[in-house]
Write a protein that binds this ligand. Structure first.
Ligand SMILES: CC(C)(COP(=O)(O)OP(=O)(O)OC[C@H]1O[C@@H](n2cnc3c(N)ncnc32)[C@H](O)[C@@H]1OP(=O)(O)O)[C@@H](O)C(=O)NCCC(=O)NCCS
Length: 195
């Protein structure tokens, strides 16, 4: 099982015991407001997602990397983070980052901390040339993470997303492997605590 340790968190592959806390999150309207396509209405629906995550974690030809974020000291389930390989080439791959956590943990820098470590994991272990992510412009907390990570805005897409029956603009950010290396070259604590 993959386990990444940060100052406050363990980011790990999923286990069957994640089902109920994961369902609390995936079925919550407020927490999933910006991700309606991932919201589930039943424990069966959440279990389908969990099984995809568990099965992917066991294959060598992995293209989806979905991890549980947990509290390092209590083991409590906090939320989800991961990336999907959206492009593969001889020059390296493009990975799309995504995240969502329970509301009681918002605003504590948790997703910024988790994103740093899993992006480092992606660059160091999966032939990643570029990590991308994006959100609707109203989701300031999500865009805040992209900025705090040092990602670079690549696009502002007008009227791009239909969310809850309204059109929204979307912003997209990137970071290339060499940009990441330059940014975090003095931080030798990132990327070397995988097991
Ligand atoms: C978006 C989300 C993942 C943010 O996680 P988080 O751990 O609370 O984020 P962080 O605490 O690392 O905050 C990152 C930055 O966002 C900014 N930020 C946070 N909330 C903000 C707000 N309401 N308005 C403006 N900026 C905000 C801050 O700059 C913060 O940096 P700071 O620590 O210097 O204040 C979390 O709110 C969440 O799970 N939301 C629901 C699901 C979701 O929207 N997922 C993303 C879909 S694209």
């Amino acid at each position: 099982m993959l386990k990444i340790s940060t100052d406050r968190l363990i980011i790990r592959d999923h286990i069957e015991k994640d089902l109920y806390p994961m369902h609390e999150l995936l079925s919550n309207r407020k927490e999933m407001y910006y991700l309606p396509e991932l919201r589930t209405n039943s424990i069966t629906g959440t279990n389908e997602n969990l099984q995809v995550a568990i099965n992917e974690s066991k294959t060598n030809k992995r293209s989806k990397f979905f991890f549980a974020i947990t509290d390092k000291y209590t083991g409590d389930y906090i939320g989800e983070i991961g990336f999907i390989r959206t492009n593969r080439s001889i020059f390296g791959d493009i990975m799309e980052l995504g995240y969502f956590i329970k509301e009681i943990y918002w605003g504590k820098g948790i997703v910024t901390e988790a994103s740093k470590s899993i992006m480092s994991y992606a660059f160091n272990n999966w032939n990643t040339r570029k990590v991308v992510t994006g959100c609707v412009v109203e989701n300031k907390a999500s865009e805040g993470i992209m900025k705090k990570l040092g990602m670079i805005k690549e696009a502002e897409l007008k009227n791009h997303v239909v969310l809850h029956n309204k059109l929204h603009d979307r912003v997209e950010y990137r970071i290339l492997k060499e940009e990441w290396g330059e940014l975090y070259k003095d931080n030798n604590t990132i990327g070397d605590r995988f097991s």
